[in-house]
Design a protein around this ligand. Structure first.
Ligand code: BTN
Length: 322
């Protein structure tokens, strides 16, 4: 029996339970073999509901995210051209760094169906299970001074937020600088790593993680309090290639606008999507904690905060609490 034959049986009986006894009779293998195959399908991203009385029911099938599927939907001029798909990788950031060092041009994307060692901001790890999310990195070579790098982080957040809102209809907002939230829970992360030479950016590796179709069981308990996926938040699953290509097009459009006209229009878009502005909160900065209300972005992309004592300060790096 092949994996596909078992899958075919579940797909033929969509929405229905298939008992282990029936599956083993139809496919001519033992119930243990059926059980092992189900475990394998689960590790490939499929989800089953198990009932001791009724058997198994297929709940979720991962969608295709290969180069061909993505290319058929891609409408960009340079972002995602070329695009390298990997079934499995340590981190897409590492793969793009290698390409950058080889001199590959801006726009190349590496996307993986799963990452074994996904990296988050501040040295954290990033959960990137198989078949459930968009785990990708894009190479940028903008001709801007090094101090403009934070602006590109905010730009990526705006592009991601605008495209996901349009594609999913969900109420998604940006928490400074670049976390995307639904009802206070994080659905994506952005990690920009850069290399510089003589005060100029040599390249930026923009890593994006979008938790698209993960279910509650994909998260460790402690993460469920602060993280969610588009599927958990909406009850619907989404086509990853469709979301990815819409995002790359939006990102490329805003990137061109930024290079032509500067940061101001991006800052205005960011402010309109922000869930951080106007809310009193605790901010943890490298210099210590403070209580205040973020009131806007300055020209460089730093956040302007009105402190409790009335003083206005500009923060380049901070963690926002509640
Ligand atoms: C964050 O901490 O919020 C940033 C998370 C960034 C995760 C993405 S997934 C694709 C790319 N590869 C990585 O190892 N990290 C980024």
């Amino acid at each position: 029996m092949s994996q596909n034959e078992l899958l075919g049986l579940f797909i033929k009986n969509e929405g229905q339970y298939v008992s282990g006894a029936l599956a083993s009779e139809v496919l001519g293998v033992s119930r243990t073999a059926i059980w092992k195959s189900i475990r394998k399908l689960e590790s490939a991203g499929y989800e089953f509901e198990a009932s001791t009385k009724l058997g198994y029911r297929l709940l979720f099938q991962p969608d295709k995210l290969d180069e061909k599927t993505i290319q058929s939907l891609l409408k960009t001029e340079s972002f995602g051209l070329p695009l390298h798909y990997r079934d499995e990788i340590d981190s897409t950031q590492n793969a793009v760094r290698e390409l950058a060092e080889e001199g590959v041009a801006e726009g190349v994307v590496v996307i993986a169906d799963m990452q074994q060692a996904g990296r988050g901001r501040m040295g954290r790890s990033w959960l990137a299970p198989r078949g459930k999310g968009i785990w990708m990195s894009l190479l940028l070579r903008p001709l801007v001074p090094i101090h403009c790098a934070p602006q590109l982080t905010l730009l990526a957040a705006v592009a991601l937020c605008r495209s996901l809102r349009r594609e999913t209809g969900l109420d998604i907002g940006i928490k400074w600088p670049n976390d995307l939230l639904i009802n206070g829970k994080k659905i994506s992360g952005i990690l920009l790593e850069s290399a510089a030479e003589d005060e100029r950016l040599k390249y930026i590796i923009a890593g994006i993680g979008i938790s698209v179709n993960m279910s509650q069981s994909d998260y460790p308990e402690e993460l469920l309090e602060k993280a969610t996926s588009l599927r958990i938040a909406s009850g619907n699953s989404f086509n990853r290639a469709q979301l990815l290509t819409a995002f790359l097009l939006e990102w490329e459009t805003l990137y061109k606008l930024y290079l032509e006209t500067g940061f101001q229009s991006i800052a205005a878009l960011w402010e309109s999507l922000s869930v951080s502005l106007g809310k009193k909160m605790e901010l943890t900065t490298p210099q210590g904690k403070l209580i205040g209300v973020p009131i806007g972005l300055d020209g460089s992309g730093a956040i302007i905060v009105k402190r409790d004592d009335g003083e206005v300060v500009t923060l380049f790096s901070a963690e926002m609490g509640e």
